[in-house]
Design a protein around this ligand. Structure first.
Ligand code: ADP
Ligand code: MG
Length: 331
């Protein structure tokens, strides 16, 4: 009898068995990444994190416009000259970027990158570029000039001097892929923090949901809001990390593709959505669109929520974000 009781108890005990939370910080894609994996076997979560890191390294090699050997660099080098055959994975990332460009009337545009040479966001003082130079550079920004050929997965940038870059979407994509890899290692509860782009799934080891605090751009150690998420991404775009000063005024690293000038008016945009890629791209797009058009876009999209903090320190919440908010009162 006692024997049977023990047998019956065993599955219960093993279910309640302590789960290990493994966490690893590392520098990837020029940003601080943290991988967190929960599993009943320590070794399993460790291996999952190692595989996730390898996956991000692989993606960086494929998509980075900083690495001369990447396929993205090949596309940029041969702009206006020749089509470039790329992996289907990169082709699809460009295709999805094009869809977001369409959705945002071109305010999100991976071909913003040719303007990079005009702006060095190193926190130093600089002069506003001459209007003629800005005009010249803006001419090279046009997502419609990124020609894609489905049949042979080739990419052609129509104009010489054009450049594409995935600064506003790449980390989100990498986070989604890292989660995918961790799931294949049976990690049903985990978090990928890709330089502040957060993707969480399942629950914490104590069974509660993940809480994500959104940093106050004015006081980095404080939070302006806190969101509870289960299988979702929370991504914040802000102007507080990479910026330049012009006559003492701050200009962040998100650029209006129509003017070539960094956007002002918004301090930070947070997007909650199913995938980190979409949240990443939309956070940047809404930043450019500004508080009104940006919030209209968020409210029109299913499964997308957001918070905008304006430079007047006004916090705006999307319609259904109450589902996620831990602090309902600060609206
Ligand atoms: P972070 O890198 O801080 O997470 P974002 O996701 O908002 O911030 O990405 C900002 C980066 O996106 C810039 O550094 C630049 O590489 C790129 N970028 C800037 N403006 C645009 C734009 N209008 N459309 C697409 N990408 C942009
Ligand atoms: Mg982004």
């Amino acid at each position: 009898m006692r024997f049977f009781l023990l047998l019956l108890l065993f599955p219960l005990i093993s279910q309640a068995q302590a789960s290990f939370t493994n966490s690893k910080d590392t520098l990837l894609m020029g940003s601080a990444f943290t991988f967190t994996a929960i599993h009943s076997q320590d070794k399993q979560s460790e291996q999952a994190i190692i595989a996730a890191i390898e996956e991000v390294v692989r993606i960086e090699e494929l998509i980075s416009s900083w690495r001369p050997s990447s396929q993205t660099s090949q596309i940029n080098k041969l702009a206006g000259v020749q089509t470039v055959k790329v992996d289907y994975e990169l082709f699809q990332l460009i295709e999805r970027s094009q869809k977001i460009a369409e959705l945002t009337n071109g305010y999100f545009d991976i071909s913003f990158a040719s303007i990079d040479k005009l702006w060095q966001f190193n926190g130093q003082e600089m002069q506003m570029p001459h209007p003629k130079i800005l005009e010249e550079s803006v001419r090279l920004i046009n997502y419609l000039d990124i020609h894609l050929n489905q049949e042979d997965t080739t990419v052609f940038l129509k104009q010489k001097g054009m450049k594409i870059g995935f600064g506003a979407i790449g980390k989100g994509y990498a986070a989604d892929r890292a989660k995918h890899v961790m799931l294949s290692y049976d990690i049903e509860n985990g978090v990928v923090n890709a330089g502040g782009d957060i993707l969480a799934w399942g629950k914490k080891s104590d069974g509660s949901s993940w809480n994500i605090g959104i940093a106050d751009p004015n006081h980095k150690s404080e939070i302006v809001s806190s969101l509870q998420i289960e299988d979702q991404a929370v991504v914040t775009s802000g102007d507080y990390e990479r910026f330049v000063l012009i006559n003492g005024e701050r200009f962040g690293h998100i650029i209006n593709p129509k003017t070539g000038i960094p956007v002002q008016g918004v301090l930070s945009v947070t997007i909650v959505s199913q995938t980190a890629e979409l949240a990443d791209a939309l956070a940047t797009a809404v930043f450019v669109l500004g508080e009104k058009d940006g919030m209209d876009l968020i409210n029109h999209l299913n499964g997308v929520e957001g918070i905008i903090l304006t430079d007047k320190n006004k916090l705006l919440y999307s319609k259904r974000i109450t589902l996620n908010r831990v602090d309902e009162k600060s609206n």
